[in-house]
Design a binder for this molecule. Structure first.
Ligand code: NOJ
Ligand code: CA
Length: 693
């Protein structure tokens, strides 16, 4: 539904105000969410484009600037007036090929506001606002016009988010060498200097906000920079020459998003980011398969094996067959193999150009391994570590993908291990340029890989990626990614992930989309084992998952990803078949997901219904504080008995001293019952609910 608000009518919506700063008729337009609780105001007060957001009548984003600056033309910054506006609304339900829920409702009201320069040449910039019950999205749209014809270089985006200095913010710093892989901090918003998004805020009145972006295409990633305490401006990542965005008119920016809820769980049950992405562009994607995998991976991180040939090579034919056998016996879909291709020996971090994506080490026979996997009904999961050498990778991309496609590989994990700002690009003159992981070059690169892979029916899972902005909706083969501190930090990260990490991720990183966290470590003190060889010393014994065993199981339900790894060594699972049963049973694709309770950094409980079945799964976890959590079973079918298989912390469990004590029990439950579990310090619980008949 689209209505153009012709000027006389528009004036009805407009609060014409007396001239401020010499402007005769400053205008303010308003658009509300379908439930009326969120109201966005857009104004040209003082010749500047501004927006503000109110929730239940309270201002949650104070008037904040909009605008763009160009390298070779005047920016949209001052001397602007609202010259046109159009309203629209939508209420549609669309289906995800895979996801945390099958059906997603997109219900919003829209306001498209055109600002034009009051003086000639009267160039125009539009801002499109979409207001949902769970938040707001807006983007810039700039047409081809006099003074902005063809190529444009954007040197600054002026978008502000004035949230005030008092809310508590959960955030990681931006522009730092380790990209998105930082321990989350919680501080007053006024103390945040710069931060990646999603950044999540809780106000004193209990209102929760999360600022992020959706559909990051053909633009640079946005982080937030402090203007004044509690007032942030968009900081776009940049190209090596300093330009933020290279585009051409007509262009549109990604959506800037503000999720809004009265409770923390409201953020978790929001589909705003997906709703602001374009529909599936790939057509039939039934070849994208959610599922669980094991792999030659953790062994390298705990220094049992090495990626290259200089220690004890992990990715040998024999070892890969051992993992394939284990996967087949236990019903896993895939086996990830890292380190089979040459390039790892020596200082791989500093020699990205040595990676060859089609030549194997002599002790790895890709043909033999692929045939063996096929025979056992298991698929290989490929790996492409680039070390940030992106031109080297792109030069080999087609061959590398073809090779995997020919060997039945259906998913590839890519990797960009390099300090932030040290992605290597060779330009068309043959000159080396350093780019940012979240700059436009990499935004484009990831989409090149994803679309090339799609042509070969291969899914992509990048590590050290650009952040997720919901593009899985448009490109459903972009199944997962890293982009936060994952399990690997518990092998060698000093410090490892703290107990509250998994209680913060759902409210921050996971709002962006699925994460390949790689849960399921069963030997919780891997660095206490004696080294396998003198020249392969373990890391500090204090580096370990700071969780109980039951919490490792809960991660499968709490941290959503359509591909989930069982990350530990097969022998560690074989030692705990009782606990391993949950990993074998848990689904990875969901009909519905519900966040039942949660507070940022404290605890969280999710219930998810398996797609294509009747089973429900529950995952709950806590931070360093032991506490009892409840799961009200209101989501179960009426009149049906369910068998609950419960895996929870034992009475004396404690992540530090006693992480393994777990109670595994079954109960019969029905809709309306409440499961209450006492969780240990950094503990958790995992439940499978199956109809009893
Ligand atoms: C970092 C990734 O996060 C990890 O999963 C991978 O094993 C190494 N890079 C090597 O590619
Ligand atoms: Ca990583």
């Amino acid at each position: 539904m689209r209505r153009n608000i012709g000027w006389p009518l528009q004036l009805c919506l407009v609060l014409a105000m007396a001239g401020i700063a010499g402007q005769a008729d400053a205008k303010t337009l308003r658009v509300a969410s379908p439930d009326g609780r969120i109201v966005v105001s857009v104004s040209d007060d003082g010749g500047q484009a501004r927006y503000a957001v109110a929730f239940d009548g309270r201002e949650v984003v104070a008037p904040s600037k909009l605008g763009l600056l160009f390298k070779d033309a005047a920016g949209f910054e001052r001397g602007l007036e609202i010259v046109d506006a159009a309203e629209a609304s939508a209420d549609v339900t669309w289906e995800q090929p895979w996801g945390e829920r099958r059906l997603v409702r997109d219900r919003h009201n829209e306001l498209l506001v055109t600002f034009a320069e009051a003086a000639a040449p009267s160039r125009a910039m539009a801002a499109r606002f979409r207001v949902f019950d769970d938040g707001v999205g807006f983007r810039y749209e700039v047409g081809r016009q006099k003074g902005l014809k063809g190529a444009v270089e954007i040197v600054d985006e002026l978008t502000e988010f004035v949230v005030g200095d008092r809310p508590t913010a959960w955030w990681i710093p931006s522009g730092e060498f380790n990209r998105y892989e930082y321990v989350y901090q919680s501080t007053p918003a006024g103390d945040v200097q710069d931060a990646h998004t999603p950044i999540t805020l809780r106000r004193d009145d209990g209102v929760h906000l999360s600022i992020h972006e959706a559909a990051l295409v053909d633009w640079s990633g946005m982080s937030l920079q402090r203007l004044r305490p509690g007032a942030f401006t968009a900081e776009l990542s940049r190209w090596s020459d300093g330009v933020r965005v290279k585009t051409e008119t007509p262009f549109k920016s990604p959506w800037r998003t503000i999720q809004i809820a009265d409770a923390a769980t409201g953020l978790l049950n929001s589909d705003l980011i997906l709703n602001l992405n374009e529909p599936n562009a790939l057509g039939d994607v039934s070849w994208v398969e959610p599922g669980k995998y094991v792999g030659i991976w953790w062994a390298m991180h705990i220094r049992e094996r090495t990626w290259g040939n200089e220690g004890i090579h992990g990715a040998t034919t024999e070892e890969t067959k051992r993992y394939i056998d284990f996967a087949a016996e236990n019903g896993f879909m895939g086996v990830l193999v890292e380190g089979w291709n040459i390039g790892w020996d020596g200082d791989w971090f500093n020699n990205p150009d040595l990676f060859n994506f089609t030549i194997a080490y002599p002790d790895f026979d890709l043909d033999a391994v692929a045939a063996y996997a096929k025979d056992k009904g298991v698929t290989l999961i490929g790996h492409h570590e680039t070390s940030g050498g992106v031109t080297n990778y792109e030069n080999q991309l087609a061959d590398a993908l073809d090779l995997y496609a020919a060997h039945g590989v259906k998913a590839i994990k890519t990797g960009y291990v390099a300090d932030a700002g040290r992605i290597e690009r060779t330009d068309d003159k043959g000159v080396l340029r350093y780019e940012w992981h979240d700059g436009q070059f990499m935004v484009d690169h990831h989409l090149r890989v994803v679309t090339e892979a799609a042509k070969r029916q291969i899914a992509i899972n990048p590590h050290e990626p650009v952040k997720d902005t919901g593009l899985r909706r448009t490109y459903p083969n972009w199944v997962s990614r890293e982009g936060a501190r994952g399990q690997e930090f518990n092998a060698w990260g000093s410090p490892p992930n703290p107990p509250e990490h998994a209680a913060i991720l759902p409210f921050t990183r996971m709002l962006a989309g699925p994460m390949d966290f790689t849960p399921g470590i069963f030997d919780l003190e891997p660095n206490k084992r004696p080294p396998v060889r003198e020249d392969m010393p373990r890391s500090d014994p204090g580096n370990r998952p700071q969780t109980t065993l039951a919490k490792q199981l809960a991660l499968y339900v709490v941290l959503y990803s359509p591909i989930q790894m069982a990350a530990d060594l097969p022998e560690n699972y074989e030692r705990r078949p009782d606990a391993f049963q949950f990993i074998k049973d848990v689904a990875t694709d969901w009909e519905e997901s519900i966040a039942l309770n949660g507070e940022i950094g404290d605890y969280v409980t999710f219930a998810r219904k398996a797609r294509g079945g009747d089973d429900w799964f529950i995952g709950m976890l806590t931070d360093e504080r032991a506490r009892a959590l409840q799961a009200p079973l209101d989501f179960l079918d009426e009149g049906r008995a369910y068998r609950a298989e419960i895996y929870r912390d034992g009475r004396l469990a404690d992540w530090r001293a006693n992480p393994y004590v777990m109670i595994i029990e079954t109960r019969t439950v029905k809709k309306g019952d409440v499961l209450t579990f006492p969780l240990a310090a950094s503990g958790g619980a995992a439940v499978r609910l199956t109809p009893a008949e």
